[in-house]
Design a protein around this ligand. Structure first.
Ligand SMILES: O=C(O)CCC(=O)C(=O)O
Ligand SMILES: [Fe+2]
Length: 333
């Protein structure tokens, strides 16, 4: 099974036959493999120069990474949800990186001390990186919005169905570095660390999972490793291709559409090379009530997005040890 490649340029214009066709192609990709490769993005946001600037954050000295690191790894720091996560031994997932929130482009965000999801991002003093991260966050928000409206149309919903929810969105821009795994990174129980690929045993870099948000827009930096699980349970490679983004569908979209669109299971395997990737998790405001959509999927009990997000995200190793810091708020009466 191939990952479809879709030129989404027509999604940024008004109604047209070309746009209708793209809507159908995206919907088909969502229903089949759950991944697509997209081109036709705005603002030259996939240039090698821009990605080089984004990844320059990994050149920070360890002492500076430490000041950005979350409290569960560095107790004297205050941030728990945004910021740096370090390499951790003993898990199928082996990566370091940074999670950046909407405050990078929206200076009006005010944190609520009682809700870690509203925390501001601790940012490094790297002016070139900062400009690149702002530009990229903006371009991904715009692209996510265009894909979201396409999905609404394909579901026969009003095309602006989701717009209000994303007004004050909480999307996460993440930058990831996966170094080759040293032997001390493996735990004693070794069976969870390995995957078979073309008759060889490969170590995992990212455990099998579904993303928690609406959709994920992923820039891969040339080194392959991302795999999708097909509906038949087979793992297939989602190869990187210069000038494209990889897109998959998240748990929020599955929940919100009552299962009409399924979230995509994926993982990352290693090949001995260093790997970098930059996912953007497109997410609505934490105050959005996720409730059944007219005529779409199976009925379900409404849930607050912040509650969904906290539950989904605190299950990942990079968010280890923080689940107790936020209680569900519920959807009220
Ligand atoms: O590195 C990749 O290609 C995928 C990363 C990923 O799945 C994630 O961060 O959720
Ligand atoms: Fe993922």
């Amino acid at each position: 099974m191939m990952i479809p490649e879709i030129d989404i340029a027509s999604l940024f214009d008004g109604p047209s036959d070309a746009r209708d066709l793209v809507d159908r192609e995206i919907f088909r990709a969502a229903g089949e493999i759950g991944f697509m490769t997209i081109t036709g993005l705005p603002d030259d946001c996939l240039s090698r120069d821009l990605r080089k600037d984004l990844l320059s954050i990994f050149e920070l000295p360890d002492s500076e990474k430490r000041t950005l690191t979350r409290k569960n790894f560095v107790p004297e720091n205050m941030n728990v949800y945004r910021g740096w996560f370090p390499l951790q031994n003993g898990y199928p997932t082996y990566k370091e990186g940074i999670d950046i929130g909407a405050d990078i482009i929206d200076k009006t965000r005010v944190p609520d001390p009682l809700d870690p999801l509203t925390e501001l991002t601790p940012l490094p003093d790297l002016p070139t990186w900062r400009v690149a991260a702002e530009q990229y966050y903006g371009a991904m928000s715009k692209t996510g919005g265009a894909l979201m409206r396409s999905i609404a149309r394909a579901l026969s919903l009003p095309e602006m169905q989701f717009d209000a929810a994303f007004q004050n969105g909480t999307s996460t821009l993440r930058m990831i570095h996966y170094p080759p795994r040293p032997s001390e990174s493996f735990g004693s129980e070794d069976k969870d660390f390995w995957a078979e690929y073309k008759g060889e045993q490969r170590y995992l870099l990212g455990a099998a999972h579904m993303d928690s948000g609406f959709i994920t827009l992923l820039a891969q930096d040339g080194v392959e490793g991302l795999q999708a699980k097909t509906r038949d349970g087979e793992w297939i490679m989602v190869p990187p291709k210069e000038g494209t983004l990889t897109v998959n569908f998240g748990k929020l979209l599955q929940r919100w559409t009552g299962g009409a669109i399924k979230a995509t299971i994926h993982r990352v395997i290693g090949n001995g090379q260093r790997r970098y990737s930059v996912p953007f998790f497109f997410e609505p405001s934490i105050n959005t009530v996720i409730a059944p959509l007219e005529g779409c999927g199976e009925p379900f009990a409404p849930v607050l997005y912040g509650d969904h997000l906290w539950e989904a995200t605190t299950g990942f190793v990079e968010q280890k040890g923080i689940a107790h810091l936020r209680q569900p708020k519920g959807v009220g009466v």
